[in-house]
Design a protein around this ligand. Structure first.
Ligand SMILES: NC(=O)c1ccc[n+]([C@@H]2O[C@H](COP(=O)([O-])OP(=O)(O)OC[C@H]3O[C@@H](n4cnc5c(N)ncnc54)[C@H](OP(=O)(O)O)[C@@H]3O)[C@@H](O)[C@H]2O)c1
Length: 338
């Protein structure tokens, strides 16, 4: 089957950074599904996994952790899906990714594809939806049925992949007052179109901008950008007893004591925690993706696809990596077909 992979971890402008390959088609076992991949989306995770380092692979490493496709075979213990079912999923970081014609994925982390979306539109959603949903509704304890309606949420990085679905979940399900950051006219317009109540610019001082909105402190802040940069600012931005969530690992030590005077809670989200550790509640991601699909079908959520970069090959994936490495992607970049 066709696949795009790497043997060496190289800068994206190197000719061998990503390669078009021909590899063997795998066989589904246990609870695995063999999915014919129709579309993928690309995340900063792909660029971080591909980042230059002195390691070489003997078998090609296949990246790609967002896909939509059709189940072609199911392992003997699979009960949730059958051949012919249309699905969407992020997959597991400890398994080969989706940049190949046929991928194995554990059915407990797969959702049925929203019936109203194309494969490309569906592929934009899984990784970021799992991330934003788990962070806000599970780790930070925000009610997804509106019990905390009217509370305020600041999203640092509103226009990116995660921000684009987080705005919708926070606004339409949790019914929070959503303030999202965006630094350019295009990204500002995008976050407003997704439902943000207000925007502020992350290239300027944040407290003064919140003050100007009449919201000097928020109940919740979520960080979809540079945790190192924002950590010391959190106590000024959040109300006493408020909650902070981040999905971006800090590179330097942070001073946890800064959060103590206001009794602020801090939550991490790792969307691969369940699949990497095989937690007993791994099937929660299947349920989450199916619930999100139903919300798309009733038009409560919409796809965050912004640009379709063409077929799934090394040249187009390189373009996506280059764009993501520049740090100003709006919504999601998707590739479709081999
Ligand atoms: N832990 C997990 O499970 C998990 C899951 C998913 C993603 N992540 C990580 O979360 C991060 C965000 O992912 P993503 O897919 O949303 O990325 P993305 O789509 O590449 O985000 C791009 C957006 O970031 C905004 N941005 C740039 N600099 C910023 C800053 N200093 N402060 C706030 N926003 C800024 C840009 O807005 P402007 O163009 O307006 O400047 C742009 O729209 C990445 O580091 C990713 O690896 C972690």
């Amino acid at each position: 089957m066709k696949a795009v992979g790497l043997y060496r971890y190289l800068p994206i402008d190197h000719p061998d950074a990503l390669l078009d390959l021909d590899v063997e088609t795998p066989v589904a076992e246990a609870r695995e599904l063999l999915v014919e991949v129709k579309a993928v989306s690309v995340n900063p995770l792909d660029t971080k996994q591909r980042a230059p380092k002195d390691t070489a692979e003997t078998t090609p490493r296949i990246l790609g952790w967002d896909a939509a496709g059709v189940v072609r075979a199911a392992g003997p213990e699979a009960t949730l899906f059958s051949p012919g079912d249309e699905v969407y999923y992020a997959g597991s970081i400890v398994r080969p990714g989706a940049n190949c014609e046929f991928q194995l994925v554990d059915e407990r982390i797969v959702g049925r594809k929203p019936a109203t979306l194309s494969f490309a539109e569906a592929a934009a959603l899984p990784l970021t939806t799992i991330t934003a949903w788990e962070l806000m509704f599970e780790r930070m304890g925000i009610s997804k049925s509106g019990a905390h309606a009217g509370r305020s949420l600041l999203i640092l990085g509103g226009a990116g992949g995660v921000g684009s679905i987080a705005i919708q979940l926070a606004k339409r399900l949790a019914k929070l007052k959503v303030i999202a950051t965006a630094s350019r006219p295009e990204s500002t317009a995008w976050v407003r179109s997704l439902g943000a109540d207000a925007t502020i610019d992350h290239t300027r001082a944040l407290p003064e901008q919140l003050q100007a909105l009449g919201e000097p402190e928020v109940d919740y802040v979520v960080c979809f950008s540079d945790t190192d940069r924002y950590f010391a600012e959190f106590p000024r931005l959040v109300k006493p007893q408020g909650r902070i969530g981040s999905i971006v690992r800090n590179a330097r030590p942070v001073d946890l004591a800064l959060l103590q005077p206001k009794s602020l809670a801090f939550s991490w989200e790792g969307m691969f925690t369940r699949s990497s550790f095989g937690t007993a509640d791994m099937i929660a991601q299947h349920e989450l993706l199916c619930e999100a699909a139903a919300l798309v079908e009733v038009e409560l959520l919409r796809s965050t696809l912004k640009e379709n970069l063409g077929s799934i090959n090394a040249a187009n994936l390189k373009r996506a990596h280059q764009r993501l490495e520049q740090g100003h992607v709006v919504g999601k970049l998707v590739l479709e077909g081999f």
